[in-house]
Write a protein that binds this ligand. Structure first.
Ligand code: NAP
Length: 478
């Protein structure tokens, strides 16, 4: 008898939880008639659902989407199998008197917090603790009310879904799909904490590259200001302050582009040295190296941005009045002295080689940037991706380093280039890329490359590190 009645209850629950996409006239209940509740209600009605709001006030206002009903919480809960809780977490206690009505229902927690890890447990877990007989699913918190209302969902089409009850999660994912969004199953309700932190993050992987490039930009700008503007003013009483607008930025941008591109490849060579030194890949890298590895793509894209600005600044060189004045005064002085300076073929070679290396380097740099776009990188296999990012990446570094060397090579040994005993900025920019290229060159020698390849395939030199507690596979370096 007992078994039969429990079966009946289970089957009625299963019926109530029938796939939503099969019957678009299914009723969905939303608790709360605030911004998000109304926006989601409107979208559900447009997608063919019937919407019932559960509210503290059952009066219909003009803000409620046309076609929706507004009932008390208890009445609305009776009408639907899926209940979306569009109420802030701090008010969840209003659900306690509804515990019986919510038994077996799918409760969708959409809430966000004001701070990362604001509470010891996630809002969804808190809801599940308050109502253990309900099936809590986390969803929709990364979609904004404004995006739902205005239909501008291009940037936030993904809806992260997690929950402990598979059937409840499937129903919510069906609902998400029916709204034209893409559900991403994140697993059990434990994932809710991470999902709730997503909307609060502010470009986490961009922070280090942007702060670093900002710091370096300020440093190199002041460095150039001292050498190019202040030095001639102090020693020759020349006012060259106009260089601040184009010349100095056009010195700083390529320097930063080259340095940041070099910094993209530093963690790779450091990881190789560490693995060779330790004789295993099963030991975790230091935290800073791990974090550095994870932001290599962002570092590369910031470097590409600096290189692009350098290209634009260089293109305007012929129309600068300083450059036009210099060319015309040279022509006039040759006319006055009735002389013609012969073409210096060495200089012509240097200048053309410098330009050619820059053009080729920039072309490959753009290619690297394009292949890092998810839509492009998803369409190539791992080997192709590695070929572009590693082999072509190093070729880009070689070309850009050579571009800088050819540009300034002839002044390396000229004492007058060292104003205040400081080297010109392009010399500083060569330190990191040259160091990376030299180490990389050494690492491709068979005596180092062979053991490194073996280590990366799982071979270990020292069995001391084979203890299970020490085993951590570090994928980022593979
Ligand atoms: P809201 O405009 O302030 O609306 C919240 C609704 O909760 C109120 O309209 C009210 O509805 C109900 N409510 C308020 N106090 C209550 C209480 N003491 N007891 C019971 N119900 C109460 O907030 P919202 O922007 O819609 O956000 C609702 C939830 O969605 C929040 O958890 C938020 O984090 C999440 N969310 C919002 C967005 C967004 O873009 N707004 C995006 C993602 C997630 P009634 O007057 O009808 O009872």
């Amino acid at each position: 008898m007992t078994r039969n009645s429990s079966n009946t209850r289970n089957s009625s629950n299963t019926m109530a939880l029938a796939p939503s996409t099969a019957n678009k006239k299914e009723v969905v209940c939303i608790f709360g008639t605030g911004d998000f509740g109304r926006a989601l209600g409107q979208k559900l009605i447009q997608s063919g659902y019937r919407v019932v709001f559960g509210s503290r006030s059952t009066k219909l206002s003009s803000l409620i989407p046309a076609g929706a009903e507004v009932l008390s919480h208890a009445e609305a809960a009776q009408r639907a199998a899926i209940i979306i809780v569009a109420v802030q977490r701090q008010h969840y206690s209003f659900l306690l008197p509804l515990a019986e009505a919510l038994q077996g229902k799918v409760l969708v927690d959409i809430s966000n917090n004001l701070k990362i890890d604001q509470y010891p447990e996630s809002n969804a877990q808190h809801l599940a603790q308050l109502l253990p007989a309900a099936k809590v699913v986390k969803a929709f918190n990364t979609v904004s009310a404004w995006a739902l209302q205005s239909g501008t969902l291009d940037a936030s089409r993904q809806v992260f879904v997690c929950g402990d009850d598979m059937e409840a999660k499937r129903l919510v994912m069906d609902l998400v799909r029916a709204l034209g969004l893409t559900p991403l199953d994140q697993g059990s309700l434990l994932a809710a904490r991470e999902i709730e932190n997503y909307p609060l993050q502010l470009f986490p992987s961009w922070r280090f590259p942007i702060l670093l490039s900002l710091g370096l930009t300020i440093f190199f700008f002041l460095y150039c200001l001292a050498l190019d503007v202040i030095y001639p003013y102090v020693y020759q009483k020349k006012d060259l302050s106009f260089l601040i607008a184009v010349s100095i930025p056009n010195e700083v941008c390529p320097v930063l582009a080259l340095m940041l591109l070099g910094l993209v490849y530093v963690p790779g060579v450091l990881a190789a040295i560490l693995q060779l030194w330790r004789g295993t890949k099963y030991r975790r890298f230091p935290g800073w190296l791990d974090r550095w590895m994870l932001c290599r793509k962002q570092l590369g894209l910031v470097a590409l941005a600096f290189a692009s600005v350098h290209v634009l600044y260089t293109l305007v060189t012929p129309i600068r009045s300083y450059v036009k004045w210099r060319a015309s005064s040279q022509a006039v002085s040759q006319a006055l002295s009735n002389t013609t300076q012969p073409l210096n073929t060495t200089n012509a070679w240097l200048s053309d080689s410098y330009l050619a290396l820059g053009i080729l380097g920039f072309f490959l740099f753009v290619l690297l940037g394009i292949t890092s776009l998810p839509s492009v990188s998803n369409s190539v296999n791992w080997r192709e991706f590695r070929f572009v990012q590693s082999k072509l990446g190093y070729l880009t570094l070689v070309l850009c380093t050579a571009h800088t060397m050819v540009y300034g090579g002839k002044w390396f040994l000229v004492p007058s280039s060292y104003k205040w005993y400081l080297p010109p900025i392009y010399m500083l920019s060569l330190i990191i890329p040259c160091a990376v290229l030299v180490i990389k060159f050494v690492l491709i020698f068979p005596c180092l490359d062979k053991p490194l390849t073996q280590i990366r395939q799982g071979w270990e030199r020292n069995p001391r590190y084979s203890e299970p507690s020490q085993y951590v596979i570090n994928k980022s370096a593979v």
